[in-house]
Ligand binder design. Structure first.
Ligand code: ADP
Ligand code: ZN
Length: 726
C-alpha cells in the first residue's frame, strides 16, 4: 500500500519524500480509519487526504470553509491531472450540473464543498448515489466553540458523518489545544480515531524580533534588502494599513492594501493580484490570509504586535509554504503593548480581559526572549525544542547578551555625533571617524575634530552595524525635523560618559537577507526566464502562477539545467502529468538558455548547492575580480545578472576587503560633471543604499549605473584609507 502512496507522491505531485507523519496518516485513512491530524499551517495537510483519494476508486468529500480556497485547490489538482470538482454557490447552473454529473458518474476523485451546501437535499442525494470513501474536514477547529473561528454550520457535520458510516472521517486543523481536539473528536463521533500531532516546527522560517524604532524606515530597510520578494505586512488597524500601503507605494514598491473596510470588489481584486504575483506586497490587517495558499510568500512582517502567539504563528505560517527559507520579522515596541493594554482594559468581560492579558504577556516574553526563539514558540504548542541552536532565528544567528563589549567603539561614535552638533546622518559620522577627505568634511571643518580618523581600524560595515545597534538600543534617535540627523538620548549620554557599558555584535551576516536564503543557489537569470514563462502560461490558463509550478520547482530547474524529459522528472515538484503538460515549454526555455551559455545538464549527480559553511559567494567573486576578471566575465560565469555581481562586490567591500578600482573606472560612463554629482550624493546620503541616490536623480540613472558608481566611490575610500591596496 505504501509503495502505491509513494508512487503517487512522485508521479502525480513530483515530490521525492513524505514529510514526517504524512505516510502514517495516509496509511490510516487508506485503511478506512478515522484520523485527527494536527499540523501547523503550511505543514502539508492537504496531501494527507489527496493521496488516499487517488488510491481509492470511491469519492473523497472535502469540507472546506472558504470558497476561494476550494477553487484554488481544485485548480492545483487540475494542473496535476487529478479529477477534482467543487460545488458551491459561485458556480453557474451549467457548471454546477456538469460537476454534479462527474460525481454521479464516479469520475471525480475529490469533491470540495462548503459545509452549508452539504446539508442541502439535492447534494445529499447526489452523494448517496456515489461511493463516499472518505470525509475530509479541513479547518476542523471551526466545529468547536472553543476554537478561534467557530462556524455554526460545522456543527451539522455530525449528521453527515452518520449518513456515511462506511467512510473514514479525517479531521485536519492547525489548532492544537487539547480542548478543541476533544471537541472535534466528540462532534464528529470519532471514537476510535488515530491521532496525529505533528511537530509545529517550521524549519524554513527564520524568526526575528527587532525593537520598533522608526518603523517605516525599518520596513523600507527590510524591503530594500529583500527586493523582488513577495510578502505580507500585518498592521493593527485599517488606517495604519492605508497609511503604510500609501507610503510604500510612493517609495516605488508594488503594494496593495487589504482590510475589512475596503469595498468587497477592491479587496478581492487586491488579493487576486497578490496571489498571481502581479503585486508583490500585501499590507493587511489580520482579515487577510485565511485560505491563502500562495506558496512563495518570502516574508511576513508584523508592523504591529499580533494578538497572541497562536495568531502570530498562524500568520507567519503563511510564509514559505514551498519549503524555501522565509523571513518572519516582528517589530516590537513597548508603545504598542501599552496601546493593546488600553484596549484590553476597555473590555467589560472580566474573563476576556484576563485571557487577553495572558496572551499579551506571552507575546512580550517571546519578544524579549534572548535564546532560541523556537523554544518559546513551540512550548506554546506543548512541544519541547531540543536543539541548542536552530541556526534560523536572530538569537541563534547572532546571540544577544553574549555579544562583545563594544563600549569603546560606542563611545567613539557617540562623541563624534556630539562633536558634529547632533545633526548629521550615520554616513557622515562614519566618514569623520574613518578620516575621509570628502568635501563635506572639509566644508564643515570636521577634519579638525578630535574624533577625526580615530576609527580607522573598523571597517565601514561595522560602524554602520554599530550605529544601527545604538539606534535599536535607544541610545541614538533619528530626528525627523533635521532630515534624519542623529541625536543622543539620555541612555546614549550615559554610555558616552562611561556610566553604562554597551554590548553587542557588530559583525554582520552578509547583506542582511534571510540567513539560510543562500542555502539554495541557483541561476538567477534562468530563474527569471522560467518565471516569465510560468506567468505566460498561468495567464493563458487563468490560474495563479504557483498552480503551474512553485518557486521551489523553478529554483530547482535553474540549478539542474534539465535538458531532457528524464531529467525534468527529477526536478522537485515535477510529476508525470505536469511533465506532459508543461515540460516542453520549460525545457525549451532551459535549452535555449543553455545553448547560449554553453551549459550542460546537471541533473546527473547532485545539483550544485552552495555550502553556506564554505566561502560565501561574495568572497569568491571579490577575489576573482581582484585577480583580474571583469564584471561581465563574472556575470557570465555565475549565470547571474550584472547587478548581482555588483552587489557581491559591494558586500566584499563592506566586509573590509580592498577592491581594485581600475576595472570599475572603465565602466563609468557619465559625463565628468554628472559623475561628480553622483559621488557627492553618496557623500551626503551615505552609500549603504542605492535608493536615496536613485531618487536624488529623479530616477534618471539606473540602479545598475548607481551600483557601479557606488563601488567606485567605496573602492576609492578604502584606497585612501589603507595602504594595503592592490
Ligand atoms: P497546510 O494545508 O497544512 O497549510 P499544504 O497542504 O498547503 O499545507 O502544504 C503546504 C505546501 O507543502 C504545499 O505547497 C504542498 O504541495 C507542499 N508539500 C506537502 N507535502 C509535501 C512533501 N511531502 N514534499 C514536498 N512538498 C510538500
Ligand atoms: Zn534559534
Amino acid at each position: 500500500m505504501l509503495e502505491r502512496a509513494r508512487g503517487i507522491l512522485k508521479d502525480v505531485f513530483g515530490y521525492d519524500a513524505f514529510r514526517p507523519l504524512q505516510e502514517d496518516i495516509i496509511a490510516a485513512i487508506a485503511a478506512g480509519r478515522d484520523a485527527l491530524v494536527v499540523m501547523p499551517t503550511g505543514g502539508g495537510k492537504s496531501l494527507c487526504y489527496q493521496v488516499p483519494a487517488l488510491m481509492s476508486d470511491g469519492l473523497t468529500v472535502v469540507v472546506s470553509p472558504l470558497i476561494s480556497l476550494m477553487k484554488d485547490q481544485v485548480d492545483q489538482l487540475g494542473a496535476l491531472g487529478v479529477d477534482a470538482v467543487l460545488l458551491n454557490s459561485t458556480l453557474s447552473d451549467d457548471e454546477y450540473a456538469h460537476n454534479a454529473d462527474l460525481v454521479r458518474a464516479g469520475r471525480a476523485r475529490l469533491l470540495y464543498i462548503a459545509p452549508e451546501s452539504l446539508v442541502k437535499r439535492e447534494v445529499l442525494s447526489l452523494l448517496d448515489s456515489a461511493r463516499v470513501d472518505c470525509l475530509a474536514i479541513d479547518e476542523a477547529h471551526c466545529i468547536s466553540e472553543w476554537g478561534h473561528d467557530f462556524r455554526p454550520e460545522y456543527r451539522r457535520l455530525s449528521g453527515i458523518r452518520k449518513r456515511f458510516p462506511g467512510a473514514a472521517c479525517a479531521a485536519f486543523t492547525a489548532t492544537a489545544t487539547a480542548r478543541v481536539r476533544e471537541d472535534i473528536k466528540r462532534s464528529l463521533l470519532m471514537e476510535n480515531s488515530a491521532d496525529f500531532i505533528a511537530s509545529f516546527d517550521r524549519e524554513n522560517l527564520y524568526f526575528e524580533v527587532r525593537p520598533k524604532q522608526d518603523s517605516l524606515a525599518q520596513t523600507l530597510d527590510f524591503l530594500e534588502k529583500n527586493r523582488g520578494d513577495s510578502g505580507i505586512i500585518y498592521c493593527f488597524s485599517r488606517s495604519q494599513v492605508d497609511l503604510l500601503a500609501g507610503r510604500l507605494a510612493r517609495a516605488g514598491y508594488s503594494v496593495r492594501p487589504y482590510h475589512a473596510g475596503l469595498d468587497d470588489k477592491v479587496r478581492r481584486e487586491n488579493q487576486e493580484l497578490f496571489i498571481r504575483d502581479e503585486v508583490q506586497i500585501m499590507v493587511a490587517t489580520i482579515a487577510f490570509g485565511m485560505g491563502i495558499h500562495k506558496t512563495n510568500v518570502r516574508f511576513v512582517i508584523h508592523f504591529d504586535l499580533p494578538k497572541s502567539i497562536e495568531s502570530y504563528y498562524q500568520e507567519v505560517g503563511r510564509a514559505g509554504r514551498d519549503g524555501l527559507p522565509a523571513h518572519c520579522l516582528l517589530l516590537f515596541g513597548y508603545g504598542d503593548t501599552q496601546k493593546i493594554r488600553y484596549f484590553i482594559d476597555q473590555k467589560s468581560d472580566e474573563m476576556e480581559r484576563r485571557v487577553a492579558g495572558l496572551h499579551l504577556e506571552a507575546l512580550v516574553r517571546y519578544a524579549e526572549h534572548d535564546k532560541c526563539r523556537r523554544a518559546p514558540l513551540l512550548a506554546h504548542f506543548g512541544e519541547e525544542y531540543g536543539a541548542e541552536n536552530c541556526g534560523m532565528c536572530d538569537n541563534c544567528v547572532s546571540p544577544r547578551g553574549q555579544g562583545e563589549d563594544i563600549t569603546t567603539q560606542a563611545r567613539m561614535f557617540l562623541s563624534c555625533v556630539a562633536r558634529t552638533g547632533c545633526r548629521f546622518g550615520a554616513g557622515h559620522i562614519i566618514d569623520v571617524l574613518r578620516g575621509s577627505e570628502s568635501q563635506k568634511i572639509l566644508d564643515n571643518d570636521h577634519h579638525r575634530l578630535s574624533t577625526y580618523g580615530i576609527g580607522r581600524e573598523l571597517p565601514r560595515s561595522e560602524w554602520q552595524a554599530l550605529s544601527r545597534r545604538l539606534l535599536a538600543a535607544g541610545a541614538l534617535f533619528r530626528d525627523p525635523e533635521r532630515h534624519g540627523g542623529l541625536d543622543i538620548t539620555e541612555k546614549g549620554k550615559a554610555i558616552m560618559r562611561g556610566d553604562e557599558a554597551f554590548f553587542g555584535s557588530i559583525r554582520e551576516a552578509a547583506g542582511g537577507r534571510t540567513p539560510g536564503a543562500r542555502l539554495v543557489d541557483y541561476d538567477e537569470t534562468l530563474f527569471e526566464l522560467l518565471r516569465a514563462k510560468r506567468k505566460e502560461i498561468a495567464s493563458l490558463e487563468n490560474v495563479p502562477p504557483y498552480v503551474v509550478f512553485s518557486d521551489k520547482t523553478l529554483a530547482d530547474m535553474a540549478s539542474r539545467y534539465p535538458q531532457g524529459r528524464e531529467s525534468m522528472l527529477a526536478v522537485h515538484g515535477v510529476g508525470a502529468r505536469k511533465l506532459a503538460r508543461y515540460g516542453d515549454a520549460f525545457l525549451g526555455v532551459v535549452a535555449e538558455y543553455c545553448r547560449e551559455k554553453g551549459i550542460g545538464d546537471r541533473s546527473v549527480g547532485e545539483p550544485p548547492r552552495h555550502d553556506p559553511l564554505k566561502t560565501p559567494r561574495f568572497m569568491t567573486v571579490g577575489e576573482a575580480y581582484n585577480a583580474g576578471k571583469s564584471i561581465d566575465d563574472l556575470a557570465a560565469e555565475y549565470g547571474v545578472k550584472t547587478q548581482t555581481i555588483l552587489n557581491n562586490l559591494f558586500h566584499f567591500l563592506r566586509e573590509g576587503n580592498p577592491l581594485r578600482s581600475g576595472g570599475i573606472a572603465t565602466l563609468l560612463c557619465l559625463e565628468a560633471e554628472r559623475g561628480k554629482a553622483v559621488m557627492s550624493a553618496f557623500d551626503e546620503l551615505g552609500a549603504e543604499y542605492l535608493k536615496p541616490v536613485f531618487e536624488r536623480f529623479n530616477g534618471e540613472l539606473s540602479y545598475e549605473l548607481i551600483g557601479i558608481y557606488r563601488l567606485y566611490y567605496l573602492a576609492g575610500k578604502t584606497e585612501s584609507d589603507s595602504p594595503a591596496v592592490r
